[in-house]
Design a binder for this molecule. Structure first.
Ligand code: SF4
Length: 358
C-alpha cells in the first residue's frame, strides 16, 4: 500500500497529526498554506517550518505530485491535456482550457467510469476505482502551478474555474468529491469561489437531493453550479445514450432538478452533446424545451468529439441552426460551445485510450 499523501488529509486531520507530534497549534495552518496557497512542490520549500519537522513530514507524508505521462496541446495553444499517473500506477486525464478571462481546469473524479455513455471514450474503457479527495484536488493544483510558473496570471488566483467534468461520475464518488469542493473553495487555502466550481452529473437522483442539502462555509447552500449531462429529452433515446436513465428516468431527474433549484436558488446547466442524426433534430429540441419550461436553466450544446469506438458524427451547421432556432423561439437560454481541442482529442478518456493502444 502507498503511504498517505498530505493532500488526503483535511485540516483537522493535519492539526491532530501535528499536535500529536507535539507541534504548536499554528503549525498545521502553516503547512496548509504551503500546500494550498504557495502550491509547494516539496517539503523542503516550506522554509518557515523547522528542518526537523520537514524531515519528519517527508518521511510520513511523502509529497509526491502526479507524474505527467503525456501532454497534448492544441494548435492554438489554448487547450492542454495531461495524462497523469497516480501513486498506484493508475492513469487519469485532466485538461486546462484558457479563455480570454478564464483559466479552467477540467478534472477527473474516478479512474475510468462505470456509466458507459455511448459516445464517451472513458465510458467505453470501463471503471477502475474512485479517486481520493487529494487526488481530485491535486489535478487543480497541478495546473495552478503550471499557470503560476508562466507568470501571466494573478499569482494568488492562477486558476479561475474548476469543472468536475473529466473522467468519472462525481456523484458516484460523493464523499471525496464533496471534500474536494470544500478543499478547493477553502478561504484559508486554495480560495476558489464556489460559484467558480461546476459539478457535472448524468443524474444520480438521490445524490442530487443529497447535494441540495449540503452547506457552504457560510452555512448557506453550496454555491457551486450543477450541470446535468442530459443529451436526450425522451426516455427512449436517453436510455440508449446514457444507460443510467433506465434507473433514473427523465421524470425523476427533472423532479430532482426542481427540488435542487428550489433549495439552493441556483440555476442548473444542461449539457447536450449534439450527435448527427441521433439527438440533433428539432423534435428533440422541442422535447428539451418542454422539459425546461419554468426551470432556471441554461443549455450548453457541444458538437460531438468523435471517439474511435463510436461511429457517431458531429452535427452539420444547418442541424445546429435548426436546433438552436427552436430553443430561441421557446425562450431557452443556450450556448453552443466551441469544439475546443478537437485535434488533441480533448473529449474525456481519449488521450488515455491512445496511450493504452500504444
Ligand atoms: S460521459 Fe461522463 S458519465 Fe458518461 S461515461 Fe463518460 S465520463 Fe462517464
Amino acid at each position: 500500500m502507498n503511504p498517505p499523501s498530505p493532500y488526503d488529509l483535511s485540516l483537522p486531520e493535519l492539526q491532530a497529526l501535528l499536535e500529536g507530534w507535539g507541534e504548536p497549534p499554528f503549525r498545521a495552518r502553516q503547512v496548509w498554506e504551503w500546500l494550498y496557497v504557495h502550491l509547494a512542490e516539496d517539503w523542503d520549500q516550506m522554509t518557515s517550518l523547522p528542518r526537523s519537522l520537514r524531515e519528519r513530514l517527508a518521511a510520513h507524508l511523502p509529497l509526491v505530485l502526479p507524474r505527467v505521462l503525456a501532454t497534448q496541446v492544441s494548435s492554438d495553444g489554448l487547450t492542454r491535456k495531461d495524462l497523469l499517473q497516480l501513486a498506484d500506477g493508475e492513469t487519469i486525464e485532466t485538461v486546462l482550457m484558457r479563455y480570454e478571462r478564464r483559466r479552467t481546469a477540467c478534472i477527473s473524479t474516478q479512474v475510468g467510469c462505470p456509466i458507459g455513455c455511448l459516445f464517451c471514450a472513458t465510458g467505453q474503457a470501463g471503471f477502475r476505482r474512485n479517486l481520493s479527495a487529494g487526488e481530485i484536488v491535486a489535478q487543480a493544483l497541478h495546473f495552478a502551478r503550471i499557470l503560476r510558473a508562466e507568470g501571466s496570471v494573478p499569482a494568488d488566483r492562477p486558476l479561475s474555474n474548476v469543472v468536475l467534468m473529466g473522467m468519472g461520475e462525481p456523484l458516484l464518488n460523493y464523499p471525496a468529491t464533496l471534500e474536494a469542493i470544500h478543499r478547493l473553495s477553502d478561504p484559508q487555502g486554495f480560495r476558489l469561489g464556489q460559484r467558480h466550481i461546476t459539478l457535472s452529473t448524468v443524474g444520480i437522483v438521490p445524490e442530487i437531493d443529497r447535494l441540495a442539502g449540503e452547506k457552504s462555509p457560510s452555512r448557506g447552500p453550496l454555491q457551486i453550479t450543477l450541470a446535468i449531462s442530459l443529451h436526450a429529452a425522451t426516455d427512449e433515446l436517453r436510455n440508449r445514450l446514457v444507460p443510467i436513465n433506465r434507473r433514473y428516468g427523465l421524470d425523476a431527474l427533472f423532479a430532482a432538478c426542481r427540488r435542487y433549484i428550489s433549495r439552493t436558488g441556483r440555476r442548473i446547466s444542461f449539457e447536450w452533446v449534439l450527435i448527427a442524426g441521433v439527438n440533433d433534430s428539432p423534435a428533440q429540441a422541442e422535447a428539451l424545451a418542454d422539459r425546461l419550461q419554468g426551470l432556471t436553466a441554461h443549455v450548453n450544446l457541444i458538437p460531438l468529439n468523435p471517439t474511435p469506438a463510436y461511429e457517431g458524427k458531429p452535427p452539420s451547421r444547418q442541424a445546429i441552426a435548426a436546433f438552436t432556432e427552436v430553443l430561441e423561439r421557446r425562450g431557452i437560454p443556450f450556448t453552443v460551445r466551441l469544439r475546443r481541442g478537437i485535434e488533441i482529442q480533448a473529449g474525456c478518456g481519449q488521450l488515455r485510450g491512445v496511450k493504452r493502444e500504444k
